[in-house]
Design a protein around this ligand. Structure first.
Ligand SMILES: *Cc1c(COP(=O)(O)O)cnc(C)c1O
Length: 349
């Protein structure tokens, strides 16, 4: 009874191996200061959990709009950006969904789950969008929707804006997934606010709130209003709203300070890794770094884990042979990772 396209899917898994140093999911490594934690407790204890929340989540929308510098009318909140990706694929994906790969797996999963055709085109040697191949594929297949992870997870780079725009000219609705915006500072926000064919996705997951599941879609009011009709009414829960409100207002300084520290550590980590003979390090505008060693990634991954450090093995993805992705942690965690990586490389060569 279950259709083939669903049976074919693999369950979404993240690694749950216990490790002293967890650098596998691009989370913010700093834990919340005690006073902020106390304020969250206070707010959560006031929630009328026997009641349905306001379906528009106006209380949280106000705060999110202010945090990202847009108007409430331009926003839709999702249960993570993942949910918003499902909405976008279901509404705009009928002609086929263009996905430059390797990238974040949820674009492709949404296409498969919703029975839309996905058109995956390999990135070029610089991990940039392959313009010629993409134009051809998008035209030939009649794609109506395109996803760009900007910066791209797991490669870490920013695609050329011109190439994204040229593909958009064919007539694809263009989604710029800026989950890592805080670490890159690069955005298509202006275009999302001025053009009906362009949307920006933001998320609270990478700035200290992965557990709350809150994603943000930004676009022009008249289109956002239409998309909002398919949204499940109570998709962001009371507790998440209450906690996010405290975090984005009273915790704003903590978040901004943490982001600055992560960016600083990213640059240090990158330099240190580049000084290791056998490590090829790729440029990153996010809170993680992609790197390649001469050894099988699976082996490096398990040897790092033996030393207490969990990273993500991304070598199963196209073009990423022998590649791993490490999230930027606290200075201490990064030191542990560097030492473990040195040890593993010495052991293997
Ligand atoms: C982590 C990540 C997200 C965040 O998804 P949420 O559902 O908001 O947690 C979105 N896009 C990309 C490319 C990511 O790496």
């Amino acid at each position: 009874m279950v259709p083939e396209r669903v049976r074919r899917l693999e369950p979404y898994k993240t690694e749950t191996s216990k490790a002293r140093v967890k650098l596998s999911s691009n989370e913010l490594p700093f834990s919340i200061p005690e006073p902020l934690r106390e304020r969250i407790k206070e707010e959560v204890s006031k929630i009328p959990i026997e009641r349905y929340p306001d379906p528009q989540a106006k209380d949280l929308k106000e705060v999110v709009a202010d945090f990202f510098g847009v108007s409430e009318e331009n926003l839709i909140l999702g249960n993570g950006s993942d949910e918003l990706i499902y909405y976008l694929s279901s509404i705009f994906g009928d002609g086929g969904i263009y996905i430059p790969v390797p990238t974040f797996p949820i674009y492709s999963l949404s296409a498969e789950a919703l029975g839309k055709r996905k058109v995956e085109v390999l990135l070029d040697e610089e991990f940039d969008v392959d313009l010629e191949a993409s134009l051809k594929a998008v035209k030939n297949e009649g794609c109506t929707l395109a996803y760009y992870s900007y910066p791209n997870n797991p490669t870490g780079n920013l695609f050329s804006r011109d190439r994204i725009r040229k593909i958009r000219e064919i007539g694809t609705v263009t989604v710029i997934d800026e989950a890592y915006y805080s670490f890159s500072g690069e955005t298509f926000l202006e275009e999302a606010l001025s053009r009906e064919d362009t949307f920006v996705l933001r998320s609270l997951s990478k700035i200290g709130m992965a557990g709350l599941r809150i994603g943000v879609l930004i676009g022009r009011e008249e289109v956002v209003k239409e998309i909002d009709k398919v949204r499940l009414p109570f998709n962001v829960t009371y507790p998440s709203r209450a906690i996010a409100r405290v975090m984005l207002t009273e915790g704003r300084e903590f978040i901004e300070d943490s982001v600055r520290k992560v960016v600083r550590e990213r640059e240090r980590l990158k330099k240190e890794m580049e000084s290791m003979e056998e490590v090829e390090v790729f440029p990153s505008y996010a809170n993680f770094i992609l790197f390649r060693t001469p050894h099988p990634a699976k082996l490096v991954h398990s040897k790092l884990l033996e030393r207490g450090v969990l990273v993500r093995d991304v070598s199963y993805m196209p073009k990423l042979e022998r590649c791993l992705r490490v999230s930027v942690g606290t200075p201490e965690e990064n030191d542990e990772f560097l030492e473990a990586l040195c040890g593993v490389l010495r052991e293997l060569s």
